[in-house]
Structure formats: structure tokens, C-alpha cells
Design a protein around this ligand. Structure first.
Ligand code: NAG
Length: 252
């Protein structure tokens, strides 16, 4: 009964669907679970399509879906403490970018980054993604892959690294409040070859974890803590949707 006369066209239809799927777009669902408004920024690499006009406001509890074309690469981060006028001019306390509300460049570190390369037909449809603390941390973030195949692991940093930030890496908020709004990477704070994996330390063999990167790694084991952190921090997944949550439950 199951193998009726429709099965052949159906199989063919499925194959076409799957081929299309491999070279297809990816949908990002961006969710704000923080108790405050954030202004996600997006930056596309290599002239890829700009998503979400480069940046937008996301109220607590709000969700936005963005569709990236096949082969897209880029990053997402949260901006906090922003003030924009009606024309979108203004700035943010963390993650600020050129362009105001609609970024035309990356966020000023320290920022927690979600980094993606979406598969294309050329690479068998494999997506690569990670959460990076290489540029520091401002807001907790998690990436969940949904419905894909492969190494579709969770990546993220839920711990409150602002609260646990070593004194010498802290960035305090404006208005003299003194509260910690972001935590610098040691590279950003000290700009040495050892911390930045440059010069004498520019290879995986000569750039080791430091006591600072180890603090990040311990708090957030599935995120990149320094430039040559182990490859297990990168996930490879095909045909997935991605949920990117800021302040995933349990983090502040
Ligand atoms: C985003 O996509 C998800 C999954 O398809 C859907 O459940 C949700 O309603 C969409 N949300 C918005 C705001 O479009």
C-alpha cells in the first residue's frame, strides 16, 4: 500500500527538496531574554547580505527572525545602554558601532560574539558556528541548532562574566554607577603578543591559554576563550535553524 504509484514522483520531489535544502538559506531566531532592552548588531563578511538592517532594538521577551542566504557569513552581538534619536543616530554604552541604530561595522569590544558561516552547495551545506569571547564579554548568549544534522551542539556563555570579571579587565558603566557592563579580553586590556596571539605567539603552538583566558573558559566551556582555543568550540551542522538567545535563562 505504501509503495503506490505516487512513490516515484514523491522520491524525486524529496531529492529536489534536499538538494535545495543543502544550498539553502538559514533562519536565525534572535530572542531577548534579558530583563532590559538590547540592540542586536549584525555584521556580514565578504559583502554578504546585511541582516536586520545591521541592527535593531529588541525589547525584553521579543523575538525576531532573520533569513541568511546560502554561503552567508557574519556575526551577531548585543548592544546595551543605547540612546538613539528618531533618525537612528546615537550611541551605546557597550557594543557601539559606526552607523547608529543600523551598524555599518562591527561592535566596539568587549562584546560577546555569535559567529556563523552558513553552508553553500560548494561545501556540502555545512554551517559553522561558535560563540566567541576573544573580543571579551558583555551579555550572556546561547546558540541552539534546531532540526539539523551533524555536530549541532549548543554553544554559548550563560555565566555572568561581568560579575566575575577580574578587576583589571572590568569596564564600568557610564553615569558614575560603577556597575560592570562588560569584561575585556586580556588582549584588549594589555595588548601584548602573549595575550593577542601575535608576533612570537602567532601560532597555535606558541599561543597558550593564559590565566585570564582560563577564567573565561571555566565560566563558559563551550565558547572560544582565546584566538587558538581548541577546535571543539566550533560546531558544524547542516540544514538547521538557529536560535540565538541573549541572557539565556539562568544568566543575568
Ligand atoms: C520565528 O520563527 C519561528 C519558527 O518557525 C516561529 O515559531 C515564530 O513564530 C517566528 N517568530 C516571528 C516573530 O516571526
Amino acid at each position: 500500500m505504501a509503495l503506490n504509484s505516487n512513490s516515484k514522483p514523491f522520491l524525486l520531489f524529496n531529492m529536489i527538496l534536499q538538494l535545495g535544502y543543502l544550498a539553502s538559506a538559514a533562519v536565525f531566531t534572535i530572542q531577548n531574554q534579558c530583563s532590559y532592552t538590547i540592540w542586536p548588531g549584525t555584521l556580514s563578511g565578504n559583502g554578504a547580505a546585511v541582516l536586520g538592517k545591521g541592527g535593531f532594538s529588541l525589547a525584553p521577551g521579543a523575538i525576531v527572525n532573520l533569513t541568511a542566504p546560502s554561503g552567508w557569513s557574519g556575526r551577531f552581538w548585543a548592544r546595551t545602554g543605547c540612546k538613539f534619536d528618531g533618525a537612528g543616530n546615537g550611541r551605546c554604552i557597550t557594543g557601539n558601532c559606526l552607523g547608529g541604530l543600523n551598524c555599518i561595522g562591527g561592535g566596539t569590544p568587549p562584546v560577546t560574539l555569535a559567529e556563523f558561516t552558513i553552508g553553500s552547495a560548494g561545501n556540502g551545506g555545512k554551517d559553522f558556528y561558535d560563540v566567541s569571547l576573544v573580543d571579551g564579554y558583555n551579555v550572556g548568549m546561547g546558540i541552539w541548532a534546531n532540526g539539523g544534522t551533524g555536530d549541532c551542539q549548543y554553544a554559548g556563555c550563560v555565566a555572568d562574566l561581568n560579575g566575575n570579571c577580574p578587576t583589571e579587565l572590568r569596564v564600568s558603566g557610564g553615569g558614575g554607577s560603577g556597575s560592570v557592563v562588560a569584561c575585556k579580553s586580556a588582549c584588549l586590556a594589555f595588548n601584548t603578543e602573549e595575550f593577542c596571539c601575535t608576533g612570537e605567539h602567532s601560532t597555535p603552538e606558541t599561543c597558550s591559554p593564559t590565566r585570564y583566558s582560563e577564567i573565561f573558559k571555566k565560566a563558559c566551556p563551550t565558547a572560544y576563550s582565546y584566538a587558538y582555543d581548541d577546535a571543539s568550540s566550533t560546531c558544524t551542522c547542516s540544514g538547521s535553524r538557529y536560535l540565538i538567545t541573549f541572557c539565556p535563562r539562568g544568566s543575568s
